[in-house]
Ligand binder design. Structure first.
Ligand code: CP
Length: 305
């Protein structure tokens, strides 16, 4: 890893990704010494709700022997007094060795990273990027499929506002995966992401119907419609519930097809899928710990910085 900041999957090379996944696999096999990063403090600055990302980063730093320094709810932070994000991160830089930032504005992590010298990790910036989610997504795919070569991946749901989708699509392109994007037309990939993917030589097709591709898939990655990002609630209601799978949907899928979801889910994966051999989304959420431990270990190890 040669990156001080982790802002977008676009700037992670295939080698960077493999380095993190290999380290995560090592950590899974042999947990590192509990005092490996005993002096390190990780700041958690979440300006948007989170369960998985927040708790798994906290678990990861604690399992490495370090500690987490949580800004707490945005309502009790000085953002409510009008403090700018740039000032907040400049202050936090003096308290911690690395900073995890989630923010509702696309581009916030990139902007904030320009004000700090400690590693800044983008934990989701609006509808932009969520690169560490992608690392654990790829780890889960690799564990299930054996390797990341020659995968056919279907990505379904909210492709417009879903930041996990944008990050994943950039990363899968580096592994030359075949990517099938399935969504209503109103929630298809943003033009800028589609352009970048084409420029990078992505093998992609877009569909409005899962039936057209389900038989081919090694992975079906389902996403939630991001209600909170819709400027108009009526627009949300028009598409809510449209892209939902249940156990019967998977009758046509390959036996080995892995169903993933970054979670939280609302109603897009029916509970009857949970008991099938396809369901990998809880394992995916658990993989956040070794993967984020690996990333923090690499970023916080002086030899690598
Ligand atoms: N997948 C994910 O980012 O979940 P949280 O919003 O709970 O962190």
């Amino acid at each position: 890893m040669t990156h001080d900041h982790v802002i977008s999957a676009k700037s992670l090379s295939r080698a960077d990704i493999e380095t993190v996944l290999d380290r995560a696999a090592e950590i899974d096999r042999t947990p590192p010494d509990r005092d490996r990063h005993a002096d390190d403090l990780l700041a958690l600055c979440f300006f948007e709700p989170s369960t998985r990302t927040h708790m798994s980063f906290e678990t990861a730093i604690k399992r490495l022997g370090g500690d987490a320094l949580d800004m707490g709810p945005v309502e009790s932070s000085s953002a409510t007094k009008g403090e700018s994000l740039a000032d907040t991160v400049r202050v936090v830089e003096g308290y911690a060795d690395a900073l995890v930032l989630r923010h509702p504005s696309e581009g916030a992590a990139q902007m904030a990273s320009e004000f700090v010298d400690i590693p800044l990790i983008n934990a989701g910036d609006g509808a932009g990027q969520h690169p560490t989610q992608t690392l654990l997504d790829l780890y889960t795919m690799r564990e299930a499929a054996g390797d990341l070569a020659d995968l056919t991946v279907g990505i379904m749901g909210d492709l417009k506002y879903g930041r996990t989708v944008h990050s994943l699509a950039y990363a899968l392109t580096k592994f030359d995966a075949r990517q099938h994007f399935v969504s209503p037309e109103s929630l298809s990939l943003p033009r800028s992401v589609r352009y970048d993917l084409h420029e990078s030589g992505a093998r992609l097709k877009e569909h409005t119907d899962l039936d057209a591709v389900i038989e081919e898939l090694d992975v079906l990655y389902v996403t939630r419609i991001q209600r909170e990002r819709f400027p108009d609630e009526n627009e949300y209601r028009q598409v809510a519930g449209e892209y939902r799978i249940d156990a019967a949907t998977l009758d046509d899928a390959r036996e080995e097809c892995v169903v993933m979801h970054p979670l939280p889910r609302v109603d897009e994966i029916a509970p009857d899928v949970d008991a099938t051999q396809h369901a990998h989304y809880f394992e995916q959420a658990h993989n956040a710990v070794p993967v984020r431990m690996a990333l923090l270990d690499l970023l916080l190890s002086e030899d690598d910085r």
